[in-house]
Design a protein around this ligand. Structure first.
Ligand code: SAH
Ligand code: SF4
Ligand code: F3S
Length: 446
């Protein structure tokens, strides 16, 4: 046994949920006396927090893992952990594929890392993928930023979009109590954090599973109620949230955002496709007309709000005409940002068995056309900022120009300005915007 403290490394793939889970798991490792280490090759405990949303995300994991598994033959002391969505999806099968692994743990088990590791250090190979009630987080996360923080409000997803692995990998919805969320935010405020992003795969589902819900589906703790409850934490200047689902999105939420000064004017509402038959095959539960009404309503109540979304091209059976409906929607709405992806068939999802897969060439072509339009529209949206004064929360130096710092506007546009990070980090500054690009801005501090 070595007496030097173990050095751990964490690599995170995937979404904000995974980032938040990684920060909590790193906090647990710190609490156990391990020492963080930037370079995986210097670490003797490596944790890969994995993503399975598309095939290429999953493949990346196997290539990273392969390299470290090889290392283990020379360094038997090396502990290898796979956490996250690939771990949940593959379970035991992962051990057969990579027998060098010590621990395979699904997202619901993130807060149990210490328990699981103790079993590993006792000599077991451990797989933790059974569905469990997620224990309240009692650790101090090791957060990447000192200014902005993630706060989970609901884990899991009860939707069954036919292309998506998330319900399989993250399990059923589990809301945290408003008290726990508020306590975490108050602690963040005391620690000097300025911005909180509330996280849920379908954040509008918040509270459905909490006691106090009624059989009719009305409940005391909707996400909007939660926003009112946490909207005035001392020190926290900005609140963001993601992801909204068009099926459950309410006007009451828009009104809350308009009314609550700390809640930023930005909505992330994925639409996935602009064609009603594709939306039906995806089992999204809304039409493109309903989606447009939601956006119209936001723009009526909050004309300047930023709107971002996700979309998939090349879902099975998608015709050129159906794809053009997606292009039309993007043309008409003009998103500030759109995350686009070519459809990727995933294990144990209904869409993977659907007829008429779209060829890789056609998917790539549609993706390229869509991305081009997204860039044009984003540039149009950026132009409204030109000459305006915008509030920017300074987060870091501009890695490409150390004479500049960078931060985000309330609408979530990345913004660069001249200044010194030691003076400006964590400050809200007014910036006159002098230059605009599709996805970023430049300006001068007023
Ligand atoms: N809960 C969010 C999205 C979570 S996954 C929602 O309901 O919108 C993030 C994005 O990945 C999705 O919005 C979708 O656009 C994309 N995605 C999910 N599964 C995919 C698949 N099989 N192929 C391609 N993109 C996919
Ligand atoms: Fe996946 Fe749909 Fe749930 Fe989003 S709402 S995580 S796309 S199943
Ligand atoms: Fe990926 Fe899991 Fe998030 S599949 S996108 S890490 S929920």
């Amino acid at each position: 046994m070595t007496t030097a403290p173990r050095r751990y490394h964490v690599t995170t793939f995937g979404c904000q949920m995974n980032k938040a889970d990684s920060e909590r798991m790193a906090g647990i490792l710190d609490g156990m006396g391990l020492v963080f280490c930037e370079d995986p090759n210097d670490a003797n405990l490596i944790l890969y927090n994995t993503c399975s949303i598309r095939d290429n995300a999953e493949h990346k994991v196997y290539s990273y893992l392969g390299r470290q598994a090889k290392r283990k033959h020379e360094e038997p002391d090396l502990t290898l952990i796979v956490a996250g969505c690939v771990a949940q999806q593959e379970g035991e099968a992962l051990l057969r594929r990579v027998p060098e692994l010590d621990l395979v743990m699904g997202p619901q088990h993130a807060n149990r890392l210490q328990d699981l590791l103790e079993q590993v250090f006792d000599g077991s190979q451990v797989v933790a993928t059974e569905a469990i009630h997620i224990s309240e987080d009692i650790t101090k996360p090791r957060r990447d930023s000192e200014i902005t923080a993630w706060v989970n409000v609901i884990y899991g997803c009860n939707e069954r979009c036919t292309y998506c692995v998330v319900p399989n990998t993250r399990g059923v919805e589990q809301s945290r109590t408003p008290e726990a969320i508020l306590a975490e935010m108050e602690e963040l405020g005391r620690q000097g954090y300025k911005e909180v992003t509330l996280l849920g795969q379908n954040i509008d589902a918040y509270g459905r599973d909490l006691p106090g819900s009624t059989p009719e589906g009305r409940h005391l703790h909707t996400f909007t109620d939660l926003l009112y409850r946490v909207s005035d934490v001392e020190g926290i200047e900005r609140i963001r949230f993601a992801t909204s689902h068009p099926r459950y999105f309410t006007e009451r939420l828009i009104r809350a955002c308009a009314e609550l000064p700390k809640v930023c004017e930005h909505f992330h509402i994925p639409f996935q496709s602009g064609d009603n038959d594709i939306l039906k095959a995806m089992a999204r539960g809304y039409t493109q007309e309903k989606y447009r009404r939601i956006i119209d309503n936001i723009r009526k109540i909050m004309p300047d709000a930023s709107i971002s979304a996700d979309a998939i091209v090349g879902f099975p059976g998608e015709t050129e005409e159906q794809f053009e409906k997606t292009m039309e929607l993007v043309e008409d709405i003009g998103f500030d940002l759109l995350n686009t992806a070519a459809y990727s068939p995933r294990p144990a999802t209904p869409a993977a068995l659907m007829a008429d897969p779209v060829s890789e060439e056609v998917k790539a072509d549609r993706l390229q056309r869509l991305n081009r339009l997204v860039g044009v529209k984003a540039e149009e949206r950026s132009r409204r900022y030109l000459g305006r004064s915008e509030e920017v929360l300074v987060e870091d130096i501009n890695p490409k120009n150390p004479a500049q710092v960078m931060g985000r506007t309330r609408g979530n546009r990345l913004t660069f300005l001249d200044g010194k990070i030691d003076e400006l980090k964590g400050k809200l500054v007014e910036v006159k915007i002098t230059e605009v690009r599709p996805f970023s801005l430049t300006g001068n501090m007023l």
